[in-house]
Design a protein around this ligand. Structure first.
Ligand code: MSP
Length: 506
């Protein structure tokens, strides 16, 4: 069984989950579910990033200990994920002992390899971004080039990681492994950043205490990004637990804002520790609301629980991955969501399911007949054969919107096929062989649709399959190689009665 390891970023606990956090997690879940259908042994990791000055300050403002703030936010995440059918294998918290031990082990290994030294750090620090900047990187008014807020001057004793030693090895690696960073535009950005010169990285702080202490020099706290990135190893029980079979990660899904940490710092740390690099890092785009970045200060961050009041989790999952190509930015609006729902889910998929099962009930008592070969069906059959191949290609490149488009296109063909073959006429004129053939193809097409939609809308797909198979089917236990192709139903099978899955929204 192939091992497949997929991760989301671990989310900061100084903020409640919002649409942006939901996006990465849903995308990772879709991929995890798809790989399980491929027969892979999947480890899907998500969790929270609890340390750092930002969390310490947010907790102080609320009169809480950092761990109390973290506990409260963790609970929100843990309540949210089931509502969105997130099927993670593990949820890591960086305050857990299993994590802290791994961070310190990794530190000691880097130290032994000579990749860490002590020096004096003098630079500009942006607290909200937890990022250090050189004078030349600052904006003209001396503000942070990412968030445009004021930065602080810092000068302190610090440990450094010899990042500059890995500039050429990393460039070579990126050029030899074209799939490593995606999409291509982001890969190019990373390359030019590296080519502009990598400076050694300050990796400890003495200005706050909420973090993992440097082994043997406890007044220093390990830089939050080393702490955070190590979660991908600590969840596997690094260095020697059985789950290390899952390393290197198949894919780290991240937002574009944190690509540099994943595509530059992390691979260099891994190289220094003598560990293989992740196979892929994919950076997705950002959701805006009314064209504006979501933020606490604007008060426009969309809360998952508010959205879930109006929309089922499956529908939100579908929309997030259908509306915007993964990798691009997108603007969120409920009117766009409603439009997609009504046209693609209610009108196309829901309608095809309903009319096909109704006709099968009406004309054949719900019982499937035999297929008799007919040249009128060649085109439809070709589409049914093509869809799984297109979905596979799209999923390999994390092009979720293309996978959904391939499924939708087959459904549109199905609806056209109903019009062209007019089963009501065939029934009236007693063309039973032809009627059996047409109804079989339609039900088979719907079965395929349910299979391939199931990573995106696990509950809707299961409900769809339950109507087709007349019994509950645990879709995640199926294998696409065995069941994910045309002609898998047997004549004589009795389908269930239709129940509307996607009622129109007015
Ligand atoms: N804690 C770090 C990640 C450490 S990973 C070793 C972090 N946390 S975060 O909570 O601020 O962000 C987590 C993810 O949410 C990032 O991938 C970020 O891109 C994503 N999003 C936050 N807002 C977003 C949108 N508005 N739209 C899409 N995703 C965005 O960074």
């Amino acid at each position: 069984m192939a091992k497949y390891y997929i991760t989301t970023p671990i989310y900061y606990v100084n903020d409640h989950p919002h649409l942006g956090h939901m996006y990465t997690t849903v995308a990772a879940d879709v991929l995890a579910r798809y790989q399980r259908l491929q027969g892979d042994d999947v480890f899907f990791l998500t969790g929270v990033d609890e340390h750092g000055q930002k969390v310490q300050e947010a907790a102080e403002k609320k009169g809480l200990k950092p761990i109390e703030l973290a506990d409260a936010v963790v609970e929100r995440y843990q309540q949210l994920w089931p509502k969105l059918s997130i099927s993670h294998t593990d949820f890591i918290r960086t305050s857990e002992d299993r994590h802290k031990q791994v961070v310190q082990t990794l530190w000691k290994q880097l130290e032994q390899k000579g990749a860490i030294y002590k020096g004096v750090y003098e630079d500009w620090y942006c607290v909200p971004c937890e990022t250090y900047w050189t004078q030349t990187q600052l904006e003209e008014n001396d503000c942070c080039p990412d968030c445009h807020r004021a930065v602080q001057k810092v000068k302190e004793e610090s440990y450094f990681f010899r990042l500059s030693d890995y500039q050429q090895p990393l460039l070579d690696y990126i050029n030899e492994n074209l799939d490593f960073i995606a999409p291509v535009s982001r890969r190019n950005e990373v390359i030019s950043f590296i080519e502009s010169g990598l400076r050694d990285l300050s990796i400890s702080r003495t200005t706050f205490s909420w973090g993992v202490p440097v082994p043997g020099d406890e007044k220093h706290v390990i830089y939050v990004w080393i702490d955070a990135l190590s979660n991908y190893l600590s969840a596997l029980g690094y260095p020697d637990a059985d789950n290390m079979d899952f390393w290197p990660a198949s894919v780290h899904l991240v937002g574009k804002d944190i690509l540099r940490f994943h595509a530059i710092y992390w691979p260099c740390i891994l190289m220094a520790a003598g560990l293989p690099l992740p196979k892929r890092v994919f950076a997705h785009g950002w959701w805006t609301v009314d064209g504006k970045k979501m933020s606490k200060s604007l008060g426009n961050a969309l809360q998952p629980d508010d959205l879930l009041k109006n929309w089922e989790g499956d529908v939100l999952r579908y929309f997030l991955l259908r509306e915007v190509p993964f990798g691009s930015d997108g603007d969120f609006s409920e009117s766009a969501l409603k439009m997609r729902y009504n046209s693609e889910l209610a009108n196309d998929i829901g309608n095809l399911l309903n009319r096909s099962l109704s006709m099968l009930q009406k004309y054949k008592g719900g019982i499937l007949g035999k297929v008799t070969s007919h040249e009128l069906d060649v085109e439809l059959c070709q589409h049914m054969d093509k869809m799984p191949v297109s979905v596979q290609q799209a999923m390999q490149g994390q092009a979720f919107h293309q996978a959904l488009e391939a499924i939708n296109s087959l459904v549109r063909h199905g609806n056209r096929y109903v019009e062209q073959s007019a089963p009501w006429k065939l029934a009236k004129e007693d063309h039973i062989e032809r009627l059996d053939t047409v109804l079989y193809h339609l039900i088979d097409l719907l079965r395929l649709t349910a299979f391939y939609l199931s990573p995106f809308m696990p509950n809707k797909a299961e409900a769809m399959m339950a109507q087709i198979m007349n019994t509950h089917v645990e879709l995640q236990t199926f294998n696409l190689a065995e069941h994910g192709h045309r002609g898998n139903l047997t004549a004589g099978h009795e389908c269930g009665k239709p129940h509307p899955l996607f009622p129109r929204m007015i």
